[in-house]
Design a protein around this ligand. Structure first.
Ligand SMILES: C[S@@+](CC[C@H](N)C(=O)[O-])C[C@H]1O[C@@H](n2cnc3c(N)ncnc32)[C@H](O)[C@@H]1O
Length: 335
């Protein structure tokens, strides 16, 4: 059976249009570097189609997903592991270190549970570690309103009040109040079933994009899906808490401001042109810089083709009428 991509829940993911993206790649086999891999949706599709994939992202919150689903060939996690994690004596040191989360992101008793899971996930080895850590990440997201880690506590409390939520939004969103354990157990099978071997040595890395090209850019194609200025792009705020919990933050170039975006992109493309044969770059009709500016830059380095995919967004009210479509710029790099 075809491996199914599990519920990762990553902002800006390409899950819904991944077929369109990969169908349009100029190659059907070979090595691909997914430079801003995020929630792994494109890397997973590439793995399914038997490419050899290197999945990179600056965040540890992304690395754990890429380790679990892309690099991992066979290792799954048992229900027992979750039980074992929760039965162990409290890791007092770690619990103290996670005090800053108390009544800041979760209630104290919830942080007790989280600390147990984190402590165990740090101790186990091999890919089990990463399957568990991906599930912990997903459980954290499920428990948080708006599925991100930068909502202030006052709002969290308000939105986790099931009666308030029902009155205001017609939905109780009771899943915010379920335990970490419940969430992990619900998702366990789908994560395990997504583990497969495509016969290639796929890799997951956590580096700044430019550094990743320098070290791992000798591939057939580099796929570039960066956070564009002006969109929902504050990934460090969305998921950086997870990196902090594991103490795995790295230094990387902040792309959220438009002033340095084009300069960084040019550096990426220039470096890529020394190593890879093709580039594929995702953007959309609202991206800043827009496709014309990006195309001008790309044309200096290779032959460019621009594809567009209209897809309807379910946005309420007037916004609905505004057109928003996905763009894929394909570049055959000059040598
Ligand atoms: C639009 S998301 C990628 C989504 C992904 N294609 C998917 O389908 O889930 C952009 C990603 O770039 C990462 N990122 C931001 N700045 C970076 C940098 N300088 N180097 C590497 N990754 C970076 C963010 O952490 C985020 O995961």
């Amino acid at each position: 059976m075809d491996p199914q991509f599990p519920k990762v829940n990553y902002i800006g993911n390409k899950r819904k249009i991944v077929d369109w993206i990969v169908d349009n790649f100029p190659i059907k086999e070979g090595k691909v570097l997914d430079l801003f891999a995020g929630g792994s949706s494109v890397s997973f599709e590439l793995k399914k189609r038997n490419f050899e994939v290197t999945a990179n992202d600056a965040l540890y919150a992304s690395l754990v997903v890429n380790k679990a689903l892309i690099e991992n060939k066979t290792t799954t996690l048992n229900k027992n592991d979750i039980e074992k994690a929760l039965k162990r004596d409290t890791d007092i040191n770690l619990r103290e270190k996670l005090r800053w989360l108390d009544n800041n992101l979760f209630y104290e008793t919830e942080v007790d549970e989280l600390a147990q899971l984190v402590s165990y996930s740090k101790k186990i080895t091999g890919y089990k570690k990463f399957v568990l850590q991906s599930l912990i990440r997903r459980a954290m997201i499920r428990k948080l309103p708006y599925s991100r880690m930068n909502i202030d506590w006052r709002n969290i409390v308000k939105l986790r009040d099931e009666e308030y939520s029902y009155k205001k939004y017609g939905r109780k969103r009771a899943y915010h109040n379920e335990s970490f354990e419940n969430h992990i157990l619900k998702d366990l099978d789908s994560y395990n079933e997504a583990v497969f071997d495509n016969g290639k040595n796929n890799k997951a890395i956590q580096m700044d994009g430019l550094e990743a090209i320098k070290k791992y850019g000798n591939v057939d194609l580099i796929y570039i899906d960066p956070p564009y200025p002006g969109t929902m792009n504050k990934y460090n705020e969305f998921y950086g808490t997870f990196d902090q919990i594991y103490n795995k933050n790295i230094e990387y170039t902040d792309l959220t401001s438009s002033s340095n975006f084009l300069i960084y992109l040019e550096n990426l493309v220039e470096e890529a042109s020394k190593k890879a044969k093709y580039l594929a770059l995702s953007l959309n009709s609202r991206s800043v810089p827009n496709i014309n500016e990006v195309e001008n830059l790309l044309e200096f380095y290779g032959e460019v083709t621009v594809l567009e995919k209209k897809h309807s967004y379910q946005v309420s009210g007037k916004e609905n009428k505004k057109e928003n479509y996905e763009i894929l710029a394909l570049v055959t790099l000059y040598k």
